[in-house]
Design a protein around this ligand. Structure first.
Ligand SMILES: [Zn+2]
Ligand SMILES: [Zn+2]
Length: 368
């Protein structure tokens, strides 16, 4: 592969700028990837364009002539060869490769999506909820039935683009006549123009109005989820479907329960007597008050699992569990009589205690 830039462009070293330009145009036309599919053509095209980029610039050419390859200027410093090519020849290479032809239909457009959010309690998230949301939505205008024209009139073919929705531009280039097409800026590609705009929607075809959407939040949702209400977004354009409403779920923290997935965790504080002797206690669950059995001799930190008392699974049967961690409260500032009883207990159990009155500082120490 040739590395000399003059060789690449197939011109003598004393070629005039005009010779270089001509040579480049000839080679680019031959090698452009849009017209030449043979292997290696694209590589050569890049090489040729790179060579031209240097030899067409008098300063770079002189640097190249003086320092040659070692100057570091002989590389191909383009990130996108097509950009350079477009800069030189203008965009839109070749008829049929980048030109869309034929009249365009005024396409139906789907309405935009809307976003909203709901705040739920843990219980609502667990068991589901119906929520009414006030949203501002674009509705198809009733006066013009969405076409934007006053009743009795109709949209006409766009006078700027003749109804095609595109503006053809003829460009003369080294490749001959090149047709390019751009979206018509008058009708924004719809091909239609409203001469007598609807008074209600000012020709837009849609009108904003308040609406109430009922969102059926399923049981088992969690914070950060999103519910999609199909068709709950803005109305479509020219008969297109409505967008969706996306409802973000925010679950407010609950003081009694910590949620991990579908399981719930709570803490139950029991007096040391109940921990020692056992008890039947009432506890709060998501489903309301329930009873829990504390076995005699329950150690602090014991976790009692209540199966099926957690959060229902989303979209399937079953529920998570409720885990109740037992904390044992130790009384402070016991009465004389209580103290004697505990001391008696310690003696019976042969447990040595300090057997002294607590200091004022110990009595002042706040309970946990
Ligand atoms: Zn209207
Ligand atoms: Zn137009």
């Amino acid at each position: 592969m040739a590395t000399d830039l003059y060789e690449i462009l197939d011109v003598p070293r004393d070629a005039t700028p005009e010779d270089i330009k001509k040579a480049y145009r000839r080679l680019a036309r031959e090698l452009h990837p849009d017209v030449n599919g043979t292997p290696g053509a694209e590589e050569r095209f890049k090489q040729v364009t790179g060579a031209y980029e240097i030899l067409s610039d008098p300063e770079k050419r002189q640097r190249y002539d003086t320092y040659g390859q070692s100057s570091g200027t002989a590389g191909f410093p383009f990130t996108d060869i097509q950009d350079v090519f477009d800069m030189f020849f203008g965009g839109g290479f070749g008829v049929g490769t980048r030109t869309r032809r034929g009249p365009r239909r005024a396409a139906a457009e789907r309405g935009e999506d809307l976003n909203a959010s709901v705040a739920l309690s843990l219980s609502e998230a667990a068991f589901g909820a119906l929520r009414r949301l006030d949203v501002e939505r674009l509705f198809t205008c009733e006066r013009c039935m969405g076409n934007g024209a006053e009743p009795g009139t109709a949209p006409v073919a766009c006078r700027t683009c003749g109804g095609s929705g595109e503006l053809q531009q003829v460009r003369r280039s080294i490749f001959g006549t090149v047709m390019t097409a751009a979206t018509c800026n008058k009708c924004r590609g719809t091909g239609q123009e409203v001469l007598d705009p609807c008074e209600a929607c000012f020709g837009r075809g849609r009108r904003k109005s308040g609406d109430t959407v009922t969102v059926d939040v399923p049981a088992g949702v969690s914070d950060g989820m999103e519910i999609r209400v199909p068709g709950g977004g803005h109305a479509g354009v020219r008969g297109g479907p409505a967008g969706d409403l996306h409802v973000g779920i925010h679950v407010e923290p609950n003081g009694a329960f910590e949620r991990r997935g579908q399981d719930l965790f709570s803490v139950l504080e029991v007096p040391f007597t109940q921990a020692v002797l056992g008890a039947q206690l009432e506890i709060e669950t998501l489903d309301g008050p329930d009873r829990i059995r504390i076995d005699p001799g329950t150690a602090p930190g014991t976790v009692i699992r209540l199966r099926g008392k957690g959060v229902p699974n989303l979209n399937r049967r079953g529920r998570g569990d409720l885990f109740v961690a037992i904390e044992v409260s130790v009384p402070k500032g016991v009465s004389k009589q209580e103290r004697e009883l505990v001391e008696r207990l310690a003696e019976l159990r042969d447990e040595r205690t300090s057997k002294r009155e607590p200091t004022p500082a110990e009595l002042r120490r706040p309970a946990r």
